[in-house]
Design a protein around this ligand. Sequence first.
Ligand SMILES: Cc1cc2nc3c(=O)[nH]c(=O)nc-3n(C[C@H](O)[C@H](O)[C@H](O)COP(=O)(O)OP(=O)(O)OC[C@H]3O[C@@H](n4cnc5c(N)ncnc54)[C@H](O)[C@@H]3O)c2cc1C
Length: 302
Amino acid sequence: MKDTKKFEVIIIGGSYAGLSAAMALGRSLRKVLVIDGGLPCNIQTPHSHNFLTQDGKTPKEISTIAKQQVEKYETVQFYNGLADTATRTANGFEIATDTGDKFTSGKLIIATGIKDIMPNIKGFAECWGISIIHCPYCHGYEYRKQNTAIVANGARVFHIASLVNNLTEKITVLTAGNTDLDQEQMEKLNKHHIKIIEKNISEYEHNKGHIQNVVFDDGSKMSFDVAYAAIPFAQHSNIPLTLGCELTEDGYIKIDAFQKTTIEGVYACGDNSNMMRSVANAVYSGNLAGAMVNSELTKEQF
Ligand SMILES: Cc1cc2nc3c(=O)[nH]c(=O)nc-3n(C[C@H](O)[C@H](O)[C@H](O)COP(=O)(O)OP(=O)(O)OC[C@H]3O[C@@H](n4cnc5c(N)ncnc54)[C@H](O)[C@@H]3O)c2cc1C
C-alpha cells in the first residue's frame, strides 16, 4: 500500500468545472488535490463555442490555459489518474485511485462530468461533436442555413426543432420509429415545413466525421450537413452513489443552490449535476462549489 496524503479538499475531475473550483480554493490558500482522468466529454469536437473570451478555440486550448492558470497556485496539486473508490473517514473522506494511491480530505468536490451513451449505429461515434451535435448554442451557428436532421422523438424533438428553426429552414426530423408527438406539436412542425421521417437509421455515412448521408434500414438515403441528436447519459463515476448522494429523476447528482449534494461535505459541479451543459455553466458551477467549500471550511476553522 502506498502513502496516504492529506488535503483539505479533493476535487475529482479536473476539466472546466474541477479546475474552476480549484482556482477559487487555490486563491484561498486551501490545500487541494485535483484527480483527473484527462478525458473531457467534448474531446472530439474541433472547436468550442459560446464561452466568452474563448469562442472558437479548441477544447484543449481552453483547458490548457485553465490548467496553467490554476497551476500558479502552489497549494493546488494535480494527480493524473482515476479516482476509483471513496470511503467516509472520521474527518472526511479517503479516495483510492485505480492504481492504489490513497488520499484523504475533509471535503470532496465531484466534477466528473457525464458519459454519453452512443447508439450502436455505424458512423455515429465518429461524427459525434463534429457533425452530430447535442446543442444548438454550442455549434448551431456554424451550421446555420444548412441541411439539418434532428434525431429524436417526443418533447425533446419539439424543443430542439423550435430552437433550430431560427437557424435554418431546412429541417427534417428523424424519429427512428413511430413518432410520439401529439397533434398540436405535429401541426406546429408542419406549419414550419419540418418533415418527419419515421424510418430506422442504419448508418451515418461520413467523411472524417462530417456527415454526408443518413442511411435508413430500407436502404434509402438522405443527405444532411448536420444532425442534432439527443442521446442518453450515465454518471462517469460510482463515487457519488457509493457515498449516498441522491440523484435526480433524470440521473443528475442532486444539489442545492450552492452545489451541495445530499451528503454532508460533498459538493458537485459541472455536467454531472446540471442539465444546462456548457463550458460556461461548468466554470460557473465549479467557481461556486469552490467558494462554498471554502466558506464551509472557514466556518469550521475560524
Ligand atoms: C461533443 C460535445 C461538444 C460540446 N461543445 C461545446 C461547445 O462548443 N461549447 C460549450 O460551451 N460546451 C460544449 N459542450 C459541453 C461542455 O463540453 C461540457 O458542458 C463541459 O465539458 C462540462 O465540463 P465538466 O468539467 O463538468 O466535465 P468534462 O469536461 O466532461 O470533464 C470531466 C473530467 O472528469 C474526469 N473524470 C471522470 N471520472 C473521473 C474519475 N473517476 N477520476 C478522475 N477523473 C475523472 C474526466 O476524465 C474529465 O477530465 C460540448 C459537449 C460535447 C459532448
